[in-house]
Design a protein around this ligand. Sequence first.
Ligand code: NAD
Ligand code: MG
Length: 378
Amino acid sequence: MQRVAILGSTGSIGTTALRVLARHADRFQVAALTANSNAALLREQASQFRPAFVGCVDQSAEGAGDWQRGSQCLVEAASREDVDIVLNAVVGAAGLDATLAALAAGKRVALANKESLVVGGELVERARAQGGGTLVPVDSEHSAILQCLAGRAPHEVRRVVLTASGGPFREWSAARIASATREDALRHPTWSMGRKITIDSATLANKALEVIEAHYLFGLSYDQVQVVVHPQSIVHSFVEFIDGSVVAQLGVPSMELPILYALTHPDRLEDSGVPSFDPVAASPLTFEPVRLDAFPALALGIGAGRSGGAAPAVFNAANEQAVALFLEGRIGFGGIAEAIGSALAALGGGAHDTREQLLAADAAARRHVREQLEATAC
Ligand code: NAD
Ligand code: MG
């Protein structure tokens, strides 16, 4: 019996994971659940799965008496003795400390929270090496790469190609994209996800986060990680080996399989919930170059990854803050990439050796984006 903690259990990945775990109740037991503020759903999940630990970040949300409150509940759930696997499905840099704590405590981390690796890639690697934990991606592209690699050594890999759906604005002109509305941006063509990652998929900032994630997960240089647009989201990524052979992983767009695989890797479990693949129904499969000029957040993010230091943390924090302002209707869609570019220019070269320095860079980037907005509003 593997005991699983789900951080962010009320979100898109969290609820999907609970559906997968319910189908495999003979193998997995839910040991801990945490949520930000959706106390009603958390209560329902707690009464269905009966975890030993329930945490709620929001102090004021009405819950049960024995819930742990405040952001510390994430680290607590992630490092409990009675937990073997931590599924980190929190959104944003708020997930970093729990990833570090789980790895330091020697757990398997099934990582949906890619922002952990973007903000603190080197800290995460250090925590893993010191604590003896293992890091397995939930992100569908990285799950695909892991499955394609099948244990082959890094020196046998020539490059990986991450697929991107292209988002709702794949065929829009750059001028039309800049003035897209919130409703336009939240209409993702192939995936149903939380709001932040849905906006990231429309700007392609999500693909930049994933390039950085691949760099850290698989020890690849930035020249070895490329992006191609694949509107059907059936091919989840490619690995090209040094002899020229290319291996891909395919499936219908559903997070159930990558979540399950992150729990069982390198083993596989029979799962009746994942539909059988029909290549005829899935066809045609098409591929296009990415339009870097129309989606400036992608090149900004990859550039931040290449710069290293505090730049990836600044990129992530500026993006989080700008997406929040866009969702509040306070900046336009084009303003997201502008805010990221401005924050990177001002703060991208900061110090980055410790968690405290990275969190300071994160806070400074958020402040910078808010101050720029106030300056233009005056
Ligand atoms: P979501 O917004 O649907 O859910 C986020 C969860 O995190 C919720 O349970 C919420 O309560 C919790 N949360 C939010 N802010 C928090 C905070 N400050 N502290 C603690 N908990 C907090 O998001 P999602 O779509 O499920 O995405 C979660 C993560 O998985 C993100 O990093 C995203 O990039 C990644 N991811 C998601 C998908 C997908 O299909 N949804 C696919 C690949 C990767
Ligand atoms: Mg992905």
